[in-house]
Design a binder for this molecule. Structure first.
Ligand code: NAD
Length: 392
């Protein structure tokens, strides 16, 4: 199969927008579609601002950033996907809705195009059965957030061809990802193991074993996980976790996979996690770190002006436990976007007055030292004179 040059992404939510950004930054032509036009324009805005932020942090050259923004086109119609080499679907986790979309895409895209799904758990074989090209249907499961996480899980359906597998693997590697391959069983590798752990954390909370904070701290500090399971569930989206548990339960037929009643209740109440401002935890809608940046006059995520400032302030987009090092001290975690704020003293950039004060201090110290040495020499001389007088 020829090299993949253009990608269609369906779904502009947290995963679809991240996948589209990743592909555009890596020089691919990208079409992004979402059935909700508000979600589509929100995705375009957030991709552009993330690319600008990468440029301002010098993690991306301006030329590559501008090219990525040019490479990205948003479309309200799937008809624009006629020429793409691969479609990566990242819509809601529902077999029925995904199947409908796959059947529609099958009638639109060119004969050689691959149809990939970013599903977390749904059978690729069953999605493929909705198309007339089952050998060109594959699972391409990115982790959240796609531009940062290193892994892509590739899932072969019962009929996926070697050509489709090799082209998908090459694409994942071009996007800078490591791949693992899974057989087509509910939850594949990562979610087969991760989701029951998250579900169990909900059971621990539900049955009063501990507070949410202690459950998360226990797993972070006790097992070295970068995020606690409840915090991670909010990050993934509780609706996504619920859908995956239902797929595991139905697909593997064991009651141990039944979704915890508390998880179900939170989803019913619309507490879907970070994306809704409330899940297990509450998140501030106020742009706290944006406000702080405005006050401090910080344009990018890194505020360091060695000529005048005795400290540097860093806002780093991170998840998990803040790791201090290289002189950086953790200050706080932002309540709106959970970025970490660090400060670092600028030893090399002390203000002028301080330098002068230090030089004066050094001068005084040297003078004091000289005076002390003189006194000692005089005392020695006088001592010697006294000795000679005694001898006489
Ligand atoms: N959230 C995670 O951490 C994560 C990680 C890996 C994989 N996934 C998988 O990625 C997929 C998307 O998850 P998400 O977290 O981005 O969800 P999301 O709710 O953030 O976004 C889904 C988007 O799809 C759009 N959409 C829904 N139906 C559509 C349709 N028929 N046509 C076009 N657009 C449609 C919605 O408007 C929404 O913008 C799911 O299959 C999920 O299981 C999620």
């Amino acid at each position: 199969m020829a090299e993949i040059r253009s990608v269609g992404v369906v779904g502009g939510g947290q995963m679809g927008a991240g996948i589209a950004q990743l592909a555009a930054v890596n020089g691919l032509e990208v079409w992004l579609h979402d059935s909700d036009s508000t979600a589509l324009s929100r995705a375009h805005k957030s991709i552009s601002s993330r690319i600008q932020s990468l440029i301002s942090k010098s993690q991306l050259t301006k030329e590559r950033g501008d090219e990525a923004i040019r490479n990205l086109r948003c479309s309200k119609s799937l008809e624009d996907f006629r020429t793409v080499d691969i479609v990566i679907e990242a819509i809601l986790e529902s077999e029925e809705v995904k199947k409908k979309l796959f059947a529609e895409l099958d009638n639109i895209v060119k004969g050689s195009a691959i149809l990939a799904s970013n599903t977390s758990s749904i059978s690729i074989t069953r999605l493929a059965s909705a198309t007339k090209r089952p050998s060109q249907v594959i699972g391409m499961h990115f982790m959240n957030p796609p531009p940062i996480m290193k892994l892509v899980e590739i899932i072969r359906g019962a009929n996926t061809s070697d050509d489709t597998f090799n082209a998908t693997k090459q694409l994942a590697e071009r996007l800078g990802k490591k791949i693992v391959c899974s057989q087509d069983f509910s939850g594949f590798i990562v979610n087969r193991i991760l989701m029951p752990m998250i579900n169990e954390a909900f059971h621990a909370l539900y049955t009063g074993v501990a507070t949410k904070e202690d459950i998360d701290a226990g797993m972070k500090l006790g097992t070295n996980h970068p995020m606690g399971p409840l915090e991670l569930a909010d990050h993934i989206g509780l609706d996504v976790c619920f859908s995956i548990m239902k797929v595991l339960h139905a697909g593997l037929g064991d009651s141990k996979y039944a979704p915890c009643p508390l998880l179900v209740q939170y989803v019913d109440a619309g507490r879907l996690g970070r994306k809704k401002g409330i899940g297990v935890y509450k998140y501030s809608k106020f742009d706290f770190c944006g406000f702080l940046r405005t006050i401090l006059g910080i344009k990018s995520s890194n505020w360091a002006d060695p000529a005048n400032q005795p400290i540097s302030v860093f806002f780093l987009r991170r998840t998990g436990i803040p790791r201090e090092g290289r002189g950086m001290k953790f200050l706080f975690q932002c309540p709106c976007c959970a970025c970490f704020c660090f400060v670092k003293p600028n030893k090399a950039a002390k203000p002028k007055e301080n330098k002068e004060a230090i030089e004066k201090k050094q001068e005084t110290n040297e003078k004091k030292k000289e005076g002390k040495e003189k006194v000692e020499a005089n005392e020695k001389k006088e001592g010697a004179k006294e000795k000679e007088a005694k001898k006489e």
